[in-house]
Design a protein around this ligand. Structure first.
Ligand code: GDG
Length: 460
């Protein structure tokens, strides 16, 4: 059997825990690497004065990781720059925030070339190569240029933008053209896949038939392959000692009130301002509910060196402060806004204690919090998932209350409906959601992608 080479911006070395303490992606990759052999390559997260290509190999719990340090300029241009200030906003429909700078594009290409130079000697003849996410679109083409004719797959974890938006990116055509170096490209949803086809067809003249896109002498198979979570482990974890303690802590501090929970990296794509405004609308329209509920928003800061992230943080501080100032009483605050992260087992207990999971991104490739919230519920008395129509997860989770996150009124209505939902309807909805989360878990995702990659036709 062929070995597996996973390549992603960051690498998560397995901790050996089977209790769901690690994120689903890390668990799935570790399992696939254990089953196939091979290694996981990426950036160490460290900076060095001058790029040397020195690889730090580590082996833990049956998995080999190989990481390299990057120069400060690489980090600024490739990671903070092109990945997080150009592609991320553009692919999340925020061209108003997207920064188009030649230095970023150049640094992105250079860093991908450096990755290619470094990882190429580690790839053996029959290895399967699986490249992850928007940091590395051109890596496949760079590897081909270095004589790598292995089967190569790419998975995109974020949305694919509509063609007119993508058309605003200088060099968009070349970027998409480079993706034809892969044998297989996976997206979370049919919608993202269709958007890709739309651009490839209309702006590049690609021919797309039976899930295969052809451009010149290259062809690439396209699949929608939604990622899941490590569902059973997460459900078990929601009953662990630490989860129970967190659950108790929340229930005690709720003092009989219903808790609504949001858990998101602090990112403008997650729709946190709109969520606060939707919740405020609910408080305005339902004054009788005011002291009966509260919103706990956990939002650990991310990408703090990027200005748009500093702005969203400031804006949320202002908004939560204003709403709390306006509606709070001496014995109640409407929003508990917390800028720190919690261990996953505590998070599971917090999800379980919440009557509503409020997951309302403006755009999201998938959104795993929606699935974690479902997996953590008590089957006898589950809470209600309120989910944005614009999260990739909505394609699979139609039994949630689906909302338009841009409409404060719709969000207010959904909160109200969720709080009043009879237990038998909550159970009915939850059972369907849970069946989906369990069936299409993260192992299903990785197995399905890798099976498709093994079957994919390879250009001569
Ligand atoms: C990208 C795509 C796609 C959050 N706060 C804490 C914490 N988290 C964990 C959650 C969840 C993960 O972070 C976030 O995953 P999401 O899927 O919600 O979002 P992104 O980080 O934007 O991920 C997304 C995903 O890739 C996979 O393809 O679904 O659409 O944007 O697991 O639980 N974890 C801990 N403490 C926290 O406070 N331990």
């Amino acid at each position: 059997m062929s070995r597996l080479i996973v390549i992603s911006n960051r690498v998560s070395a397995p901790t050996g825990s089977t209790s769901g303490a690690q994120g689903g992606l890390a668990v799935a990759m570790a399992a696939a690497l254990r089953a196939n052999g091979g290694l996981w390559f990426g950036w160490s997260g460290e900076q060095t004065d001058q790029f040397t290509g020195h690889i730090n190999f580590q082996r833990a719990h049956g998995v080999t990781t190989a990481t390299v340090d990057l120069e400060e300029q690489d980090v600024q241009e490739y990671y903070d720059g092109y990945a997080n200030r150009t592609l991320w906003p553009l692919f999340h429909y925020r061209i108003d925030l997207a920064e188009y700078e030649r230095d970023f594009a150049g640094g992105y290409q250079r860093t991908n070339q450096r990755f290619a130079d470094t990882v190429r000697p580690l790839i053996e003849a029959d290895d399967l190569v699986w490249i992850q996410d928007y940091h590395m679109f051109p890596l496949g083409a760079e590897l081909r240029q270095r004589g790598c004719d292995n089967r190569m797959g790419f998975f995109l974890h974020i949305p694919w933008p509509p063609r007119r938006l993508l058309g605003t990116l200088p060099g968009a055509r070349a970027l998409v053209e480079s993706m034809f170096a892969y044998d297989l490209i996976g997206f979370h949803t049919e919608e993202w896949l269709e958007s890709f086809c739309d651009y490839a067809r209309q702006d590049m003249g690609a021919v797309i038939e039976d899930g295969v896109a052809r451009l010149g002498d290259r062809s690439v198979e396209l699949i929608a392959c939604p990622i899941g979570i490590d569902a059973s482990a997460f459900a078990d974890m929601s009953k662990s000692v630490n989860a129970r303690l967190a659950y108790r802590r929340m229930r005690d501090s709720a003092d009989g009130r219903d808790m609504i929970v949001g858990v998101d990296r602090l990112d403008y794509s997650k729709g946190l301002e709109e969520r606060f405004l939707g919740y405020e609308r609910f408080l305005i329209e339902h004054p009788e509910e005011r002291k009966e509920v509260f919103l706990l928003q956990i939002a650990p800061p991310s990408r703090v060196s990027v200005e748009s992230y500093q702005r969203i943080r400031q804006s949320l501080e202002g908004l939560s402060g204003r709403i709390n100032g306006e509606y709070a009483d001496v014995d109640w605050v409407p929003i508990r806004y917390v800028n720190q992260g919690y261990p996953r087992d505590q998070l599971a207990g917090i999800y379980r204690a919440a009557k509503i999971g409020l997951v309302t991104p403006l755009r999201d490739g998938m959104n795993l919090v929606a699935k974690e919230y479902v997996a953590a519920q008590d089957p006898e008395d589950p809470g209600v998932l309120v989910l944005s129509r614009f999260a990739g997860a909505a394609e699979q989770m139609g039994d949630a209350l689906l909302v338009n996150p841009y409409s404060a009124e719709e969000m207010a209505d959904a909160i109200c409906q969720a709080l009043r939902m009879p237990r038998d309807e909550r159970v009915r909805r939850w059972e369907k959601l849970m069946a989906g989360v369990q069936e299409r878990d993260v192992t299903w995702w990785a197995d399905r992608f890798l099976a498709a990659l093994r079957r994919a036709e390879v250009d001569a």
